[in-house]
Design a protein around this ligand. Sequence first.
Ligand code: PGA
Length: 256
Amino acid sequence: MKSYIVGNWKLNFTVGEASIYLHKLLRKLPNYRDVDVIIAPSLLALQPLSLQVDRHKLKLAAQNAFYRDYGAFTGETSFTQLNGIVDYCIIGHSERRYIFREDDKMVAKKVAAAIRNKIRPILCIGETESERAFGETADVIRDQLLGGLSEIGAEDVSKVLIAYEPVWAISSVKAAKLATPSEVADVVKLIRKILTEVYGKKTAEETPVLFGGSVNPSNAGAYLTVPGVNGLLAGGSSLILSEFADIIDTAKRVRS
Ligand code: PGA
């Protein structure tokens, strides 16, 4: 399976800054056949960047969208509107779950809307620090994984990229800690086990599982070599062009 390196820019960069970054990244980036590079700029930058991007080198993702295709939903953008502009959409990021109160039902509808509009969901799941401390990690992972996939058919599950992002390891969280490769390995194994039980071995093997949480050039290699990890989702590090390019290079090296 190929590797996926996703840069989540969150609420950073003006449209102009985003365009300059993309220009420089495209110049730096060889055409990696077995590494898919994906960036998720803010919504406003997606349309202009979609005209600028070389899709052989890099794909675009939205950071969020609404599950209804059109209608009276002030302030929202639909997957239908994003069709043709992005290839992926991050769904269920912990910032959406905890700041904007999105629950598994909402996440599931968004995953289904993405699939319906031919956009691959990057479904983020992960436990908080206190859930881990109370021994609830496995339950949270099961609920968020099966909850998020509950509105799509089994035949569409492998189109979803699962991103395991322990909330306590995300760099913007107060006193964030680095997840150890063995902590990541345990949860990734659990994710594949659940997928195997519910959807069968083939689907479980074909569904990409990514890791995210304070990924940077010095730890990317260790996370990418965790058994079962097919890629990384970087936030802070993706804002620094040289760091993001290093992470992509690492993925290329690990693959070959
Ligand atoms: P981080 O963010 O790499 O800055 O920890 C990852 C994320 O929130 O997706």
